[in-house]
Design a binder for this molecule. Sequence first.
Ligand code: ZN
Ligand code: ZN
Length: 262
Amino acid sequence: MKLFADMHVHSKFSIDGTSTMEEYCLTAEKTGSRIICFTEHVDFNSMEKNLSIIKDNRTQNFVVDDYFCEINRLRKKYSSLTLLSGIEFSEPHLFPHEFAKYCAYPFDCITAGIHHCNNAVFPGARNLPVTEALDEYYNIMLKTVELGGFQVLAHLDFPRLFFDSWEIDSGLLDKILSKVVQQNIVLEVNTSSIHNSHDEPMPSYSIIERYRQLGGKKIVLGSDAHCTKDFSNQFKIITQKLSNRFQIGYIRKRIFCPLEDK
Ligand SMILES: [Zn+2]
Ligand SMILES: [Zn+2]
């Protein structure tokens, strides 16, 4: 049986997650996704307060001790599953002290995601023309990958969800991907875009192929599920498309492990 690992899942420990960790475990028992990483949001961007659902700092749901306590309880109860711990930290280069503090916890996987641009959640508050918004977004991403210190880069071409036209400057893209390879960061293939009426994951197949051309081999799959119905969305199809050219795996104790069939 093909084994899957969903390396990007938000439970109720994330401010916008609506399913509990245990509900994901019950779902996973019925699927081939036996490995789950709960990557809860850790976000210090003050602009998050502009979101209607968020009244306070986005970390308000995320009490690290409670999080580990629940994972440990579920590890005992669902021993056929591998439950990994993680965070999705937003724009780590802007919050180096907070980032270091969270990296000091024993999470299996630190994922970095860029969600903001020109002082608001992408595409930002100033109604920038698409080319300027993209340029700003990817320059922020470049700074993050230059900083490094994390294992997975989430949803590289996230702006695709907001614009019909989302061509990235090829020079800037190559700089980001080369730095990802050099820093031994694993590229995430995020499938949340597929159930948002797009056909391709994030990043698109052409960017995934460019990553390979620049020396990238390792990928992880992430559904970015915020509820169980989206858990491991489209993993079978994506795995069929990519498994002959990439090593698909998961991160445990901050180390990439290839998936093996069982
Ligand atoms: Zn994200
Ligand atoms: Zn996420």
